[in-house]
Write a protein that binds this ligand. Structure first.
Ligand SMILES: Cc1cc2nc3c(=O)[nH]c(=O)nc-3n(C[C@H](O)[C@H](O)[C@H](O)COP(=O)(O)OP(=O)(O)OC[C@H]3O[C@@H](n4cnc5c(N)ncnc54)[C@H](O)[C@@H]3O)c2cc1C
Length: 507
């Protein structure tokens, strides 16, 4: 299974999922084959809607293939923030809804007989200084008020120094892609179709129909769901979510001292721990070192920091896997699930999940199924993507690929000239100015040079190098590209312009 980066996650050892034949018509086209897209298509199909999932690469290619799959009702956004922004009743409602989503995952595991190591776990949260102790107090008090079964405790199941800690029950974990494949197979058994390597390029609305254009053909449909983690193209929602990267190690331990719980500290950014057994072998999964996408070039350093931090606590036998992935932080603490602003009423979206997308992606399946099948959802307002005020004249200010033609480097200079002028070591990348233009350069292990125009085709921000995953990442809205310029992550819809060796290719 491929993922949107060079590094291999713990979840990628999965067989190729075989695509179905692309139908000409569907009740609902779901764009994106991660937890959100597949959960939503499964629920809609069960309710009698004929659904098709179109996935640009392979199922699990996006963040679902790079997650850590903690299933929490204690969310990244503390309940006191939800209360401050949405009121106490809504904070209570969020707890009820995420609890239901977690139960739905268990129900799917049992009902569809998915072998994905679903396990209920306790979770621990610990603080190691006065400021963190105060924060922990606030988190515990507000979580309790919203119904979370959380209490202070004297011990934690990891060998970290702490002053204060809390424990809560009713959390869980799964093997991320085994669950994903399980619900994908259940969806197909009900008659749903998954088409992979099929990128949606446009959605055209005609009188009575919507036509989804994709790289493998077009489909007439009644509804379109963008389950692409962030919607492709330009949308006001891109100004309400911020892309972040998080880093993960899966290590084996010399002394078998694996924690039997989900554990979190209160550092900023926080660290997260849990254990997963795969094919009879245990791994301690440890993550953190989050930062805004495109704000750090030496991303390898995040792994170094994680490992040295963990080595102070554990006898690491082997760092078996290390990977990073991207998530989208919402502006006000809750995700955006519902009608996609600026589009006809049959276009839907779910984004801004932060670090709780396994739960919120599952919750999306309930909310969007109600909206599509019944025309309403009791929770539509709380999660409405239109709950902020769109920027006045937004569509005039920003157009996709604004001045893209002007940004193209075209055949303004020959690749060979750059090659002669810029010195790069093998496996190094650089943004350089050359004859008045920015150029993104990467030299691979064999000494082969790759050159791209770093202007992101989304809205022309310059991309930055991500050394660990060997991708060009856009700091503005999280579009990501391989070192050859190939589009990996929305919202961009095109590849980076590639500067070719003998001729200049314009896309
Ligand atoms: C390191 C890390 C750890 C995390 N840990 C947890 C955790 O423990 N618990 C938790 O709840 N959440 C966690 N999260 C968050 C969670 O994993 C994500 O929110 C969730 O996986 C997002 O799922 P998704 O289906 O919405 O998006 P994705 O999994 O990103 O899927 C989107 C899919 O859409 C496809 N696509 C994009 N554009 C197009 C197009 N034009 N046409 C067709 N297909 C397209 C992509 O190829 C991709 O496969 C973590 C996130 C990170 C980064």
């Amino acid at each position: 299974m491929k993922r949107d980066g060079q590094l291999i996650s713990l979840w990628q050892d999965m067989p190729e999922h075989i695509s179905r034949h692309m139908p000409a018509q569907a009740d609902v086209v779901v764009v994106g084959g991660g937890i959100t897209g597949i959960s939503t298509a499964l629920r809609l199909q069960r309710e009698g809607k004929k659904c098709v999932i179109l996935e640009a690469q392979n199922i699990g290619f996006g963040t679902t293939g790079g997650t850590t799959a903690h299933l929490n009702t204690l969310l990244d956004t503390p309940y006191y923030t939800i209360k401050d922004n949405f009121g106490q009743n809504n904070a209570d409602l969020v707890f009820t809804l995420v609890s239901k989503a977690l139960n739905l995952i268990e129900k799917n595991v049992i009902g569809y007989e998915i072998d994905c190591s679903f396990e209920w776990k306790d979770a621990y949260l610990f603080a190691h200084d006065k400021k963190q102790n105060n924060e922990l107090d606030k988190i515990v008090e507000s979580a309790r008020l919203s119904g979370v079964n959380i209490d202070f405790c004297e011990q934690i199941p990891v060998p970290a120094v702490f002053e204060k800690a809390a424990r809560l029950s009713g959390q869980a974990q799964i093997h991320a892609t085994k669950y994903l494949y399980g619900i994908a197979e259940a969806f197909e058994r009900m008659g749903g179709s998954i088409i992979q390597n099929c990128r949606v390029t446009d959605v055209i609305h005609e009188q009575d129909w919507t036509i989804v254009h994709a790289s493998k053909g077009k489909i007439k449909t009644d509804h379109v769901v963008y389950a692409t983690h962030t919607p492709p193209g330009v949308n006001v929602l891109h100004f309400e979510v911020a892309p972040y990267r998080s880093y993960v190690l899966a290590v084996t331990l010399a002394d078998n001292n694996y924690p039997d719980a989900l554990v979190y500290d209160l550092d900023e950014p926080y660290h997260y721990y849990r254990t997963q057994e795969v094919d009879g072998k245990k791994y301690l999964i440890f993550g953190g070192e989050d930062h805004k996408t495109g704000h750090l070039e030496n991303t390898e350093y995040c792994f170094t920091k994680l490992e040295s931090y963990l080595r102070k606590q554990y006898a690491i036998d082997e760092v078996a896997f290390k990977w990073s992935s991207q998530y989208f932080e919402p502006a006000d603490g809750l995700p955006y699930i519902g009608h996609l602003p600026g589009n006809p009423s049959n276009v839907w979206v779910a984004t801004g999940f932060g670090g709780n997308g396994m739960i919120y992606g599952t919750l999306t399946s309930c909310i969007l199924t109600d909206l599509i099948c019944k025309g309403e959802s009791a929770h539509a307002q709380l999660f409405s993507p239109s709950r902020f005020k769109p920027v006045a004249g937004f569509s005039n200010i920003i157009k996709e690929g604004a001045d893209a033609a002007a940004m193209l480097i075209g055949n303004k200079f020959a690749f060979e000239k750059i090659e002669g002028a810029v010195e790069l070591a093998c496996n190094e990348a650089k943004l350089v100015r050359f004859e008045g233009h920015s150029v993104g350069l990467y030299k691979n292990e064999e000494g082969k040079l790759f050159a791209v125009n770093p202007a992101c085709p989304h809205i022309s921000c310059n991309v930055c190098w991500n050394g660990a995953e060997k991708t060009w990442d856009c700091p503005c809205h999280g579009s990501r590209f391989s070192f050859t310029g190939e589009l990996m992550t929305a919202p961009a819809r095109k590849d980076l312009e590639v500067i070719e060796r003998t001729e200049i290719k314009q896309k």
